[in-house]
Design a protein. Structure first.
Length: 374
């Protein structure tokens, strides 16, 4: 790469990083299918440690500090192991990194992980932050996993989260976002670019809820059921939604009252289009916007909702929402979350979409890949 490169590394750069040993899987080859346009799927290792509490290593190594918190050790080989709700687990990942100076990394749950309300975050040695891997870091990656709604079964080699590599200054300002949107629209509503006066930014681009819905019965999303069956996360298209989800219907006035501490899957009102030269990430919730959290899964790769011929006018985003403490009213087109954008060092050779088996291009429903489509 050029010495003055700024931005997120594309799939071809990630492949070079693997070839040069900056990212490696030890005895386990990193398969090309793990490469996404601007991220790399990370795989679970052979063991999971049930721990009594989450922690950060700060000036210590993860392996040394976790010894005082281990309650049990689970074997993820063969059939895998069951992870119970509201219990934290720490799992060493197969992939390790040897980042060169100036190259840093960030991690986030995969979308399918977030849609199951499985909370994940990466921990590294001598770090005081989750999901941020400092430039020049050399060592293991550890994944903290906490199922919140469903008891799940996982096994070695399963990918629950993703990694991005970055160099230099990658972020786009609000002025940059408006300039890009004027030339190559990134946000659509009813098939038309969102007008400038409705293009809301504040260190990122706001998205709002669709609580009107296209369902004639008034269904606008789903709420996780209590006491659902075991869900095996390696299975795709296997489960009936009715076993795990209750439908959510809007009230008159296109609004929904969120029950506290319940997990909801809802759709954005706007459709998002990520052009090849950009990558995006859903940021953590802002508590000043209400007592709720939206979207655990963060990365939006180049090509999401995009087609070079203009045949796709964006894809709507699935929003994972949980209210805290008190019942909370949300209304149609209420702004609840924010996308931040970063430049790519170069456009990826392969874009997000059906051509590489992407699961959520053009989605009109929020359910993850594990469920049969309604």
């Amino acid at each position: 790469m050029p010495t003055d490169a700024n931005g997120v590394l594309a799939s071809q750069h990630l492949q070079q990083a693997i070839d040069l040993g900056y990212i490696h899987g030890g005895d386990y080859k990193i398969h090309p299918t793990s490469l996404q346009p601007a991220s790399l799927d990370l795989r679970l290792g052979e063991k999971a440690y049930r721990i009594r509490c989450s922690f950060l290593p700060d000036t210590d190594s993860v392996e040394n500090k976790m010894k005082r918190y281990i309650i049990d050790e689970l074997d993820l080989r063969d059939d895998g192991a069951v992870l119970e709700t509201h219990r934290p687990y720490l799992i060493p990942l197969i992939e390790e990194v040897r980042l060169p100076p100036g190259v840093r990394a960030r991690t986030n749950p995969k979308s399918s992980t977030g849609r199951l309300d499985v909370f994940t975050r990466v921990i590294t040695d001598e770090s005081y932050r989750f999901d941020e891997i400092s430039a020049g870091y050399r060592g293991k990656l550890w994944l903290e996993v906490v199922p919140l709604s469903f008891t799940v079964k996982v096994k070695k080699g399963l990918s629950l989260n993703q990694l991005r590599l970055l160099v230099g200054e990658a972020s786009l300002s609000d002025a940059d976002l408006r300039s890009v949107h004027a030339e190559e629209p990134m946000l659509f509503r009813d098939g038309e670019p969102v007008p400038d006066h409705d293009f809301a930014t504040a260190n990122g681009l706001f998205l709002s809820l669709d609580l009107k819905g296209a369902d004639t019965g008034g269904r606008v999303g789903y709420r996780a059921k209590d006491h659902a069956p075991l869900l095996e996360m390696s299975q795709v298209g296997r489960y009936s939604p009715l076993d795990f989800w209750d439908p959510v219907f809007h009230e008159d006035g296109d609004r929904v009252v969120l029950a506290p501490e319940k997990f909801y899957l809802l759709l954005s009102d706007e459709a998002v289009r990520i052009p090849p030269g950009l990558a995006a990430e859903m940021t953590a919730y802002d508590p000043t916007s209400g007592e709720l959290r939206t979207h655990y899964a963060g990365f939006f790769d180049p090509g999401f909702g995009y087609a070079a011929d203009g045949g796709i006018q964006g894809s709507r985003a699935a929003l994972e929402v949980r209210a805290h403490d008190v019942p909370f009213m949300v209304e149609n087109r209420q702004r609840v979350c924010k996308l931040t954008f970063e430049r790519m060092v170069a456009a990826p050779e392969v874009l997000y979409g059906h051509g590489i088996g992407s699961n959520y291009q053009g989605q009109i429903d929020t359910l993850g890949k594990h469920f049969r489509r309604p």
